[in-house]
Design a protein around this ligand. Structure first.
Ligand SMILES: C[S@@+](CC[C@H](N)C(=O)[O-])C[C@H]1O[C@@H](n2cnc3c(N)ncnc32)[C@H](O)[C@@H]1O
Length: 747
């Protein structure tokens, strides 16, 4: 199911609603049908009768596996090449239970062959020795962020959001973050190679634990342009732009260029993956979620810039969670929001138009066309309260809203899960304040331009743009802002929700503090590593506990600006790329070492002596041996390493284009797979040895790509075990003071 909705019983020894323990049911034997589901959806006439049977049949089958190549990375070409030359041939002749395996193939509607799909069940992939290379590829490349496993249909909403490199983007319900990853990639893909995008992605989730999953996702992506926050979407706080000299009435709110509302839902489009949806599905679940979905969408609409784009999506097929939410919110905001016609985008993607009519099922199993036929006893009191908003609007209004522009993806259309997507543009400011003022003063609203617009000048300051406001509205507005600041406001409209409900937990970590490279410990670090003066000066930050910090992070300037404006209002769970970590090595030249995820960001600013260019022979020695002695490396490499003081980090670079094999002897060694992108590997320079200093996922990926060895998952429980894999190739040499026995040990 779509996470964040009602919790469902696990069906394995859990308790049923009457408190009795349920018998254990094997996953394969869980029911894959539900009478109420069939009856409800048959009545909706989503498709013709025959097609409906086909759809339900497909919804019972296991979902193919799909993954996406991180298109914004230099490694994308290498990964594509590995799929073509290594993976596809590796499973060519493998048969499972007598049947040939389906080789991965690109999803034809996804641009640039970056998304792939195959139909090998997960447990077969894990257990089959013939598929170990394929499995290792998926696992290690996912962990290092070169690919992301993601359901095919879930890739559609970010594509339709049309994110550009300088956009301020809000992902309102972001965890676990597969779509956030696409949004971040879109920022990067629209920016010159090597440059930091000017935009920001704010990845928000109401659930703190799930927000922490976003942190993991963000760490895989190594982006300095993401902020992970923890707010209820419907209460996402106003971030105020700097106060204008002209007085409080021009206090503007930062608005976003793009917003994704991938809201919590019943997830009945995911039955192929979450089989338990069959067991527990009931129409009331959608009625319970509709009001929250609507509030999230309303808040998003308010936070969107005029001219900005918003995507509302669910993995549910239910019109109550889809067209009903979209139609009623569009209706409520007058002409401010319009559905965008995306029928010509992603032309190879099969889809159906949004529904103009649907029915609501009451507890007695009767389907109703309008609220008029629903009697009080047919539904619970809470359902009755919102009943109108579950039904379609009048046919003429539905026509006017062009609700058919919504997109429905059914599982049988192209062997996927089910999904709903609505692309919405804000064509005019939402005259919330005026409606409110008009209601309170009992005067008709005459001007619909009271909404505030902010432009993020991501090249420099965040500034407020023009605000057209009449004086009466402005005075009222200032009062409302004040009320909101003191969290007393209860004006009921999406724009003026109090910041957050009182029962939400407080953040567990210390807040981030920006560090000054001209003083304190950051200056000491910069001096040691010879960080060049052109490094962005204001992007380094840390969490300080007991006047000490353990790591230094780096964020893009636009992120810094937004965090400074957000201040205490913004509950930042995490941000930035970790660039330095405390090393705890006695007598080390610097108390901080370089960390794997920050290397590519810092490389352009590191003093040249810390970057050692190596040939393939030295790269192989470093990966094959644990802490190889200098004497095992080439003379040239030794000279470079010895130029750096003992007990410090260096970056070893292998550039496959420089060390091209053109003209090389036929027996000259080369990486197991063809590489085009440079490898930059942080290493620890001991007194007499050099050790690769990356985390175990990076190490497994490097070993697989460069040496061709598959690191068994069972052997990688700790970084030490990853070392053991290498020690099978060569006996370890004596170590000389590595901070984490050759692996990064970073969290
Ligand atoms: C369908 S999932 C989002 C999936 C995500 N967009 C992705 O692609 O990985 C819905 C998310 O909404 C979160 N959520 C639930 N209620 C919320 C609320 N009121 N505001 C914001 N997020 C909420 C849940 O914790 C859950 O992570």
């Amino acid at each position: 199911m779509g996470r964040g909705g009602n919790r469902r019983s696990r069906g394995r020894g859990g308790k049923s609603s009457n408190g009795e323990r349920k018998p254990y049911v094997k996953y394969e034997e869980l029911p894959r049908d539900n009478e109420a589901f069939r009856k409800y959806y048959a009545a909706q006439q989503l498709v013709g009768e025959e097609e409906f049977s086909e759809m339900v049949e497909t919804m019972r089958m296991a979902l193919p596996t799909s993954f996406r190549i991180t298109g914004s990375r230099k490694q994308a070409t290498d990964i594509h090449e590995q799929i073509m030359t290594e993976l596809i041939p590796s499973i060519k002749d493998v048969s499972i239970e007598g049947a040939e395996t389906e080789a991965p193939h690109p999803l034809e509607w996804y641009p640039n062959e970056l998304a792939w799909q195959f139909s090998i069940p997960r447990f077969v992939l894990k257990r089959s020795p013939e598929l170990s290379r394929f499995h290792a590829f998926l696992v290690t490349e996912t962990e290092v962020g070169n690919i992301s496993r993601q359901e095919a249909v879930s890739m559609v909403p970010p594509l339709l959001l049309d994110v550009h490199g300088d956009h301020l983007v809000l992902d309102m319900c972001a965890a676990p973050g597969s779509k956030t990853a696409q949004l971040v990639e879109a920022l990067q893909a629209d920016t010159d190679t090597g440059a930091t995008p000017r935009g920001v992605v704010v990845a928000n989730d109401a659930d703190y634990k799930r927000a922490c999953m976003l942190v993991h996702q963000m760490n895989r992506l190594n982006s300095p342009n993401v902020i992970v926050t923890n707010h209820s979407g419907e209460h996402f706080p106003n971030i105020y732009a700097p106060a204008s000299k002209e007085g409080p009435q021009t206090r503007a709110i930062v608005q976003f260029d793009r917003i994704l509302c991938d809201v919590p839902c019943t997830g009945d489009g995911t039955t192929r993956k979450n089989v338990r949806v069959w067991e527990t599905w009931k129409p009331e679940d959608a009625y319970g979620l509709n009001p929250l979905q609507s509030r999230i969408l309303q808040r998003a609409a308010y936070l969107l810039k005029t001219g900005g784009r918003l995507v509302y999506s669910t993995c549910s097929l239910n019109p109550v969670e889809n067209e009903a939410v979209v139609a009623h919110v569009l209706d409520k905001f007058g002409g401010a929001l319009k559905l965008v016609d995306v029928s010509t985008q992603l032309p190879a993607l099969k889809r159906r138009p949004g529904l103009h009519t649907w029915k609501i099922m009451t507890r007695d199993g009767v389907n109703h066309d309008s609220p008029a036929s629903v009697k009080p006893g047919d539904v619970s009191r809470s359902v009755r309260r919102n009943l109108e908003s579950f039904f379609p609007l009048a046919p003429a209004r539905m026509e006017q809203l062009q609700i058919e522009r919504c997109m429905r993806i059914y599982p049988h259309l192209q062997n996927t899960g089910g999904f709903f997507i609505a692309v919405i543009e804000k064509v005019a400011p939402i005259s919330v304040v005026e409606k409110r003022v008009a209601a309170e003063t009992e005067q008709p609203a005459t001007d619909s331009s009271a909404c505030l617009e902010v432009k993020v000048d991501t090249g420099g300051e965040i500034e407020s743009a023009s605000e057209v406001d009449n004086s009466q509205v402005a005075a009222k507005r200032a009062k409302l802002d004040e009320a909101q600041d003191s969290e007393k406001s209860d004006v009921g409209l999406a724009s003026y929700q109090p910041d957050r409900p009182r029962d939400e937990p407080v953040l567990r970590e210390s807040p981030f503090v920006f560090l000054d490279p001209a003083e304190g410990e950051l200056k000491t670090i910069f001096d040691f590593y010879g960080i060049k003066d052109n490094v962005p000066q204001r992007g380094f930050l840390s969490r300080i506990e007991n006047e000490r910090f353990r790591s230094v992070y780096y964020v893009a300037d636009s992120v810094r600006q937004l965090m400074e404006l957000g201040g205490q209002r913004l509950r930042v769970v995490n941000t930035g790329i970790r660039v330095f970590g405390r090393n705890c090595v006695k007598d080390a030249g610097c108390e901080f070492r370089l960390v794997c995820e920050g290397v590519s960001q810092l490389m352009p600013y590191l003093a040249d002596k810390y970057i050692v260019d190596v040939a393939f022979r030295d790269l192989k020695v470093l990966l094959e041996s644990v802490n190889p002695l200098f004497t095992e490396l080439s003379e040239e490499c030794q000279t470079r390493i010895k130029a750096v003081e003992p007990l410090s980090s260096i970056v070893v670079c292998y550039d496959p284009t420089k060390h091209s094999l053109a003209g090389a002897a036929p027996d000259e060694e080369k990486p197991h797979v063809r590489l085009t992108a440079m490898l930059a590997i942080p290493c620890w320079r001991g007194h007499a040895s050099l050790s690769v200093h990356v985390d175990k996922a990076q190490l497994s990926s490097l070993i697989r790509r460069v040496l061709g060895h598959v690191v068994d998952r069972k052997d990688t429980g700790s970084s030490q075990l990853a070392n053991n894999i290498r020690s099978q190739v060569k006996t370890p040499a004596a170590d000389t003071g590595s901070p984490a026995s050759g692996a990064d040990g970073s969290s």
